[in-house]
Write a protein that binds this ligand. Structure first.
Ligand code: ZN
Length: 334
Protein backbone atom coordinates (compact mmCIF):
# COMPACT_ATOMS: atom_id res chain seq x y z
CA UNK A 1 0.00 0.00 0.00
CA UNK A 2 1.46 3.31 -1.08
CA UNK A 3 -1.50 5.55 -0.39
CA UNK A 4 -0.22 8.97 0.70
CA UNK A 5 -1.92 12.15 1.82
CA UNK A 6 -2.10 15.19 -0.41
CA UNK A 7 -0.26 17.24 2.21
CA UNK A 8 2.66 14.82 2.25
CA UNK A 9 3.02 14.58 -1.53
CA UNK A 10 2.67 18.33 -2.09
CA UNK A 11 5.13 19.15 0.71
CA UNK A 12 7.65 16.95 -1.10
CA UNK A 13 6.85 18.76 -4.35
CA UNK A 14 7.41 22.16 -2.76
CA UNK A 15 10.75 21.08 -1.29
CA UNK A 16 11.78 19.73 -4.70
CA UNK A 17 10.43 22.68 -6.69
CA UNK A 18 8.14 20.67 -8.92
CA UNK A 19 4.41 20.21 -9.60
CA UNK A 20 2.25 17.11 -9.30
CA UNK A 21 -0.43 16.32 -11.87
CA UNK A 22 -3.85 15.37 -10.54
CA UNK A 23 -5.48 13.31 -13.25
CA UNK A 24 -9.23 12.75 -13.39
CA UNK A 25 -10.38 9.16 -13.83
CA UNK A 26 -13.87 7.89 -14.61
CA UNK A 27 -13.17 4.18 -15.08
CA UNK A 28 -10.70 1.55 -13.85
CA UNK A 29 -8.77 1.41 -17.16
CA UNK A 30 -8.03 5.10 -16.61
CA UNK A 31 -6.76 4.43 -13.09
CA UNK A 32 -4.42 1.86 -14.60
CA UNK A 33 -3.36 4.37 -17.29
CA UNK A 34 -2.38 6.97 -14.65
CA UNK A 35 -0.58 4.50 -12.41
CA UNK A 36 1.27 2.89 -15.34
CA UNK A 37 2.49 6.34 -16.41
CA UNK A 38 3.58 7.10 -12.83
CA UNK A 39 5.43 3.80 -12.57
CA UNK A 40 7.12 4.28 -15.95
CA UNK A 41 8.28 7.81 -15.13
CA UNK A 42 8.87 7.13 -11.42
CA UNK A 43 6.47 9.89 -10.39
CA UNK A 44 4.45 10.56 -7.27
CA UNK A 45 0.90 11.10 -8.51
CA UNK A 46 -2.61 12.21 -7.60
CA UNK A 47 -5.53 10.14 -8.91
CA UNK A 48 -8.76 12.08 -8.58
CA UNK A 49 -12.40 11.48 -9.33
CA UNK A 50 -15.66 13.39 -9.11
CA UNK A 51 -18.57 11.73 -7.29
CA UNK A 52 -21.27 10.56 -9.66
CA UNK A 53 -19.13 11.11 -12.77
CA UNK A 54 -17.77 7.60 -13.33
CA UNK A 55 -18.88 4.83 -15.68
CA UNK A 56 -20.12 2.97 -12.58
CA UNK A 57 -23.64 3.29 -11.19
CA UNK A 58 -22.26 3.11 -7.65
CA UNK A 59 -19.59 5.48 -6.34
CA UNK A 60 -18.85 3.07 -3.51
CA UNK A 61 -18.17 0.15 -5.88
CA UNK A 62 -16.00 2.32 -8.15
CA UNK A 63 -14.08 3.84 -5.25
CA UNK A 64 -13.42 0.42 -3.73
CA UNK A 65 -12.06 -0.90 -7.05
CA UNK A 66 -9.99 2.27 -7.49
CA UNK A 67 -8.35 1.83 -4.09
CA UNK A 68 -7.73 -1.85 -4.73
CA UNK A 69 -6.04 -0.98 -8.02
CA UNK A 70 -3.63 1.29 -6.14
CA UNK A 71 -2.58 -1.77 -4.11
CA UNK A 72 -1.12 -3.22 -7.31
CA UNK A 73 1.41 -0.36 -7.50
CA UNK A 74 3.39 -0.59 -4.26
CA UNK A 75 6.28 1.29 -5.88
CA UNK A 76 4.22 4.40 -6.71
CA UNK A 77 3.36 7.11 -4.11
CA UNK A 78 -0.35 7.75 -4.81
CA UNK A 79 -2.89 10.22 -3.43
CA UNK A 80 -6.50 9.17 -3.98
CA UNK A 81 -8.41 12.44 -4.00
CA UNK A 82 -12.07 13.42 -4.32
CA UNK A 83 -12.32 16.23 -6.87
CA UNK A 84 -14.98 18.93 -6.37
CA UNK A 85 -16.90 17.44 -3.46
CA UNK A 86 -20.13 19.46 -3.69
CA UNK A 87 -21.08 19.13 0.00
CA UNK A 88 -19.83 17.77 3.32
CA UNK A 89 -21.81 14.53 2.97
CA UNK A 90 -20.03 13.56 -0.27
CA UNK A 91 -16.63 14.30 1.28
CA UNK A 92 -17.51 12.16 4.30
CA UNK A 93 -18.52 9.29 1.99
CA UNK A 94 -15.15 9.46 0.21
CA UNK A 95 -13.28 9.53 3.53
CA UNK A 96 -15.25 6.51 4.76
CA UNK A 97 -14.39 4.73 1.49
CA UNK A 98 -10.68 5.23 2.21
CA UNK A 99 -9.66 8.32 0.20
CA UNK A 100 -6.54 10.04 1.53
CA UNK A 101 -7.66 13.50 0.39
CA UNK A 102 -10.86 15.35 -0.45
CA UNK A 103 -11.79 18.63 -2.04
CA UNK A 104 -14.75 20.50 -0.63
CA UNK A 105 -15.88 22.99 -3.22
CA UNK A 106 -17.82 25.44 -1.08
CA UNK A 107 -17.64 28.16 -3.73
CA UNK A 108 -20.89 27.08 -5.36
CA UNK A 109 -24.22 26.13 -3.82
CA UNK A 110 -24.64 22.36 -4.47
CA UNK A 111 -28.31 22.79 -5.43
CA UNK A 112 -28.54 26.13 -7.25
CA UNK A 113 -24.94 26.13 -8.61
CA UNK A 114 -24.82 29.84 -7.74
CA UNK A 115 -21.77 31.31 -5.95
CA UNK A 116 -22.00 31.06 -2.16
CA UNK A 117 -21.03 33.82 0.24
CA UNK A 118 -17.51 33.88 1.66
CA UNK A 119 -18.83 32.90 5.11
CA UNK A 120 -20.93 30.03 3.73
CA UNK A 121 -17.87 28.69 1.91
CA UNK A 122 -15.79 28.92 5.09
CA UNK A 123 -18.45 27.18 7.21
CA UNK A 124 -18.76 24.07 5.05
CA UNK A 125 -15.01 23.92 4.39
CA UNK A 126 -14.17 24.12 8.10
CA UNK A 127 -16.68 21.36 8.83
CA UNK A 128 -14.95 19.04 6.33
CA UNK A 129 -11.45 19.99 7.56
CA UNK A 130 -12.36 19.14 11.17
CA UNK A 131 -13.71 15.73 10.16
CA UNK A 132 -10.91 14.94 7.69
CA UNK A 133 -7.93 16.08 9.78
CA UNK A 134 -9.14 14.01 12.73
CA UNK A 135 -8.70 11.02 10.40
CA UNK A 136 -5.40 12.03 8.83
CA UNK A 137 -7.04 13.01 5.54
CA UNK A 138 -5.99 16.16 3.61
CA UNK A 139 -8.44 18.80 2.38
CA UNK A 140 -8.48 21.14 -0.62
CA UNK A 141 -10.84 24.11 -0.68
CA UNK A 142 -11.80 26.53 -3.44
CA UNK A 143 -11.88 30.29 -3.50
CA UNK A 144 -13.33 32.31 -6.34
CA UNK A 145 -15.13 30.50 -9.12
CA UNK A 146 -13.26 28.57 -11.76
CA UNK A 147 -15.22 28.81 -14.98
CA UNK A 148 -16.62 26.20 -17.30
CA UNK A 149 -18.22 22.84 -16.66
CA UNK A 150 -16.92 20.37 -14.06
CA UNK A 151 -19.21 17.53 -14.99
CA UNK A 152 -21.04 18.71 -18.10
CA UNK A 153 -24.13 19.61 -16.07
CA UNK A 154 -23.33 23.16 -15.03
CA UNK A 155 -21.47 26.10 -16.50
CA UNK A 156 -20.04 28.63 -14.07
CA UNK A 157 -18.72 32.12 -14.75
CA UNK A 158 -15.16 32.90 -13.67
CA UNK A 159 -14.74 34.95 -10.47
CA UNK A 160 -11.04 35.56 -9.78
CA UNK A 161 -9.62 34.74 -6.34
CA UNK A 162 -8.74 37.63 -4.01
CA UNK A 163 -5.39 37.45 -2.12
CA UNK A 164 -6.81 39.04 1.08
CA UNK A 165 -9.70 36.59 1.08
CA UNK A 166 -7.29 33.71 0.46
CA UNK A 167 -5.34 34.60 3.60
CA UNK A 168 -8.50 34.83 5.70
CA UNK A 169 -9.97 31.68 4.18
CA UNK A 170 -6.90 29.63 5.05
CA UNK A 171 -6.65 31.09 8.57
CA UNK A 172 -10.29 30.25 9.29
CA UNK A 173 -10.47 26.81 7.64
CA UNK A 174 -7.01 25.21 7.93
CA UNK A 175 -7.13 23.71 4.42
CA UNK A 176 -4.00 21.97 3.14
CA UNK A 177 -4.50 23.15 -0.43
CA UNK A 178 -6.46 25.89 -2.10
CA UNK A 179 -7.88 25.97 -5.61
CA UNK A 180 -7.54 29.53 -6.80
CA UNK A 181 -9.46 30.91 -9.75
CA UNK A 182 -6.87 32.66 -11.94
CA UNK A 183 -8.78 32.57 -15.21
CA UNK A 184 -8.61 28.89 -16.16
CA UNK A 185 -11.77 27.08 -17.07
CA UNK A 186 -13.05 23.49 -16.84
CA UNK A 187 -14.08 21.30 -19.75
CA UNK A 188 -13.34 20.82 -23.45
CA UNK A 189 -14.19 24.42 -24.43
CA UNK A 190 -11.89 26.93 -22.76
CA UNK A 191 -10.58 29.90 -24.74
CA UNK A 192 -11.45 31.19 -28.20
CA UNK A 193 -7.81 32.15 -28.85
CA UNK A 194 -4.43 31.29 -27.31
CA UNK A 195 -4.64 32.71 -23.74
CA UNK A 196 -2.43 35.67 -22.74
CA UNK A 197 -1.95 37.57 -19.46
CA UNK A 198 -5.37 39.23 -19.80
CA UNK A 199 -6.91 35.74 -19.58
CA UNK A 200 -4.50 33.77 -17.39
CA UNK A 201 -3.64 35.83 -14.31
CA UNK A 202 -0.37 34.15 -13.36
CA UNK A 203 0.56 37.23 -11.30
CA UNK A 204 -2.27 36.32 -8.94
CA UNK A 205 -0.53 33.03 -8.13
CA UNK A 206 2.54 34.93 -6.91
CA UNK A 207 0.45 37.34 -4.85
CA UNK A 208 -1.58 34.60 -3.20
CA UNK A 209 1.42 32.31 -2.61
CA UNK A 210 3.13 35.12 -0.67
CA UNK A 211 0.08 35.49 1.58
CA UNK A 212 -0.37 31.77 2.37
CA UNK A 213 3.12 30.20 2.25
CA UNK A 214 2.10 27.02 4.13
CA UNK A 215 -0.86 26.22 1.89
CA UNK A 216 -0.55 24.53 -1.47
CA UNK A 217 -2.00 26.24 -4.52
CA UNK A 218 -3.97 24.22 -7.05
CA UNK A 219 -4.51 25.14 -10.68
CA UNK A 220 -7.78 23.74 -12.01
CA UNK A 221 -8.87 23.47 -15.63
CA UNK A 222 -5.25 23.08 -16.80
CA UNK A 223 -5.73 20.95 -19.89
CA UNK A 224 -4.11 22.08 -23.15
CA UNK A 225 -6.82 20.65 -25.46
CA UNK A 226 -4.32 19.32 -28.07
CA UNK A 227 -5.50 20.08 -31.62
CA UNK A 228 -4.33 16.71 -32.96
CA UNK A 229 -6.58 14.87 -30.51
CA UNK A 230 -9.54 17.06 -31.46
CA UNK A 231 -8.84 16.23 -35.12
CA UNK A 232 -8.85 12.47 -34.46
CA UNK A 233 -12.11 12.76 -32.52
CA UNK A 234 -13.72 14.86 -35.25
CA UNK A 235 -12.46 12.52 -38.01
CA UNK A 236 -14.37 9.72 -36.31
CA UNK A 237 -17.80 11.20 -35.76
CA UNK A 238 -16.98 13.93 -33.22
CA UNK A 239 -17.75 17.62 -33.59
CA UNK A 240 -15.57 19.41 -31.02
CA UNK A 241 -15.23 23.12 -31.83
CA UNK A 242 -11.77 24.70 -32.04
CA UNK A 243 -10.66 25.78 -28.57
CA UNK A 244 -7.43 26.63 -26.76
CA UNK A 245 -6.37 25.43 -23.33
CA UNK A 246 -3.48 26.23 -21.02
CA UNK A 247 -0.11 26.04 -22.84
CA UNK A 248 2.41 23.52 -21.50
CA UNK A 249 5.01 26.19 -20.76
CA UNK A 250 2.50 28.14 -18.63
CA UNK A 251 1.79 25.03 -16.55
CA UNK A 252 5.51 24.47 -16.05
CA UNK A 253 5.90 28.17 -15.13
CA UNK A 254 3.07 27.96 -12.59
CA UNK A 255 5.04 25.34 -10.63
CA UNK A 256 7.84 27.89 -10.22
CA UNK A 257 5.39 30.55 -9.00
CA UNK A 258 3.76 28.54 -6.21
CA UNK A 259 1.42 25.98 -7.75
CA UNK A 260 2.12 22.42 -6.57
CA UNK A 261 -1.04 20.61 -7.78
CA UNK A 262 -2.07 20.79 -11.43
CA UNK A 263 -5.50 19.41 -12.25
CA UNK A 264 -5.87 17.91 -15.65
CA UNK A 265 -8.87 15.92 -16.78
CA UNK A 266 -9.74 16.81 -20.33
CA UNK A 267 -6.41 16.14 -22.08
CA UNK A 268 -6.22 12.54 -20.91
CA UNK A 269 -9.93 12.02 -21.60
CA UNK A 270 -9.47 13.41 -25.11
CA UNK A 271 -6.53 11.03 -25.68
CA UNK A 272 -8.62 8.11 -24.42
CA UNK A 273 -11.69 9.03 -26.48
CA UNK A 274 -9.67 9.69 -29.65
CA UNK A 275 -7.92 6.31 -29.49
CA UNK A 276 -11.16 4.54 -28.66
CA UNK A 277 -13.06 6.15 -31.55
CA UNK A 278 -10.22 5.33 -33.97
CA UNK A 279 -10.04 1.71 -32.77
CA UNK A 280 -13.79 1.18 -33.10
CA UNK A 281 -13.82 2.76 -36.56
CA UNK A 282 -10.92 0.56 -37.72
CA UNK A 283 -12.85 -2.65 -37.08
CA UNK A 284 -16.42 -2.65 -38.42
CA UNK A 285 -16.98 -6.05 -36.82
CA UNK A 286 -15.94 -4.86 -33.35
CA UNK A 287 -18.43 -6.05 -30.77
CA UNK A 288 -16.21 -6.56 -27.73
CA UNK A 289 -15.40 -3.07 -26.34
CA UNK A 290 -12.19 -4.29 -24.65
CA UNK A 291 -9.75 -3.73 -27.58
CA UNK A 292 -11.00 -0.14 -27.99
CA UNK A 293 -10.82 0.50 -24.24
CA UNK A 294 -7.33 -0.97 -24.21
CA UNK A 295 -6.25 1.40 -27.01
CA UNK A 296 -7.78 4.28 -25.02
CA UNK A 297 -5.91 3.27 -21.88
CA UNK A 298 -2.56 3.11 -23.70
CA UNK A 299 -3.08 6.54 -25.33
CA UNK A 300 -4.11 8.10 -22.03
CA UNK A 301 -1.07 6.64 -20.27
CA UNK A 302 1.17 8.10 -22.98
CA UNK A 303 -0.09 11.71 -22.68
CA UNK A 304 0.01 11.53 -18.87
CA UNK A 305 3.64 10.35 -18.95
CA UNK A 306 4.44 13.36 -21.17
CA UNK A 307 2.72 15.72 -18.72
CA UNK A 308 4.64 14.22 -15.80
CA UNK A 309 7.85 15.30 -17.50
CA UNK A 310 6.48 18.84 -18.05
CA UNK A 311 5.26 19.23 -14.46
CA UNK A 312 8.61 18.03 -13.11
CA UNK A 313 7.28 15.12 -11.07
CA UNK A 314 9.02 12.49 -13.26
CA UNK A 315 11.83 10.81 -11.36
CA UNK A 316 10.74 12.27 -8.01
CA UNK A 317 9.45 8.96 -6.64
CA UNK A 318 13.09 7.84 -6.42
CA UNK A 319 13.84 9.94 -3.35
CA UNK A 320 10.32 9.71 -1.95
CA UNK A 321 9.85 7.97 1.38
CA UNK A 322 6.13 7.45 1.82
CA UNK A 323 4.48 7.53 5.22
CA UNK A 324 1.79 5.04 4.33
CA UNK A 325 -1.69 6.35 4.95
CA UNK A 326 -4.20 3.86 6.33
CA UNK A 327 -7.80 4.82 5.97
CA UNK A 328 -10.06 4.79 9.05
CA UNK A 329 -11.97 1.98 7.37
CA UNK A 330 -8.81 -0.12 7.48
CA UNK A 331 -8.49 0.43 11.23
CA UNK A 332 -5.48 2.72 11.61
CA UNK A 333 -4.72 6.33 10.93
CA UNK A 334 -1.29 7.61 9.89
ZN1 ZN B 1 -11.72 21.81 -10.93
Amino acid sequence: MTLCTLREVLDHARRGGYGVGAFNVTDIEQVEAVLDAARRTQSPVIVQTIAGASAFASDELYWDLLLRTVDHYPDVPVVVHLDHGPDAETCLRAIEAGFSSVMIDGSLDPVTHQPTTFDENIAVTRQVVEYAHARGVSVEGELGTIGGSKDGATHAEIILADPDEAAEFVARTGVDALAVAIGTSHGAYKFTSPPDSTVLHMDLIVEIAERIPDTHLVMHGSSSLPAHLREIINAHGGNLPESWGVPEDEKARSTKLGVTKINQGMDSHMAYAAAMRAALASDPLAADPAPAASAGRAAMSEIIAERMEVFGQAGRARDYTATAFRSPAAGTIA
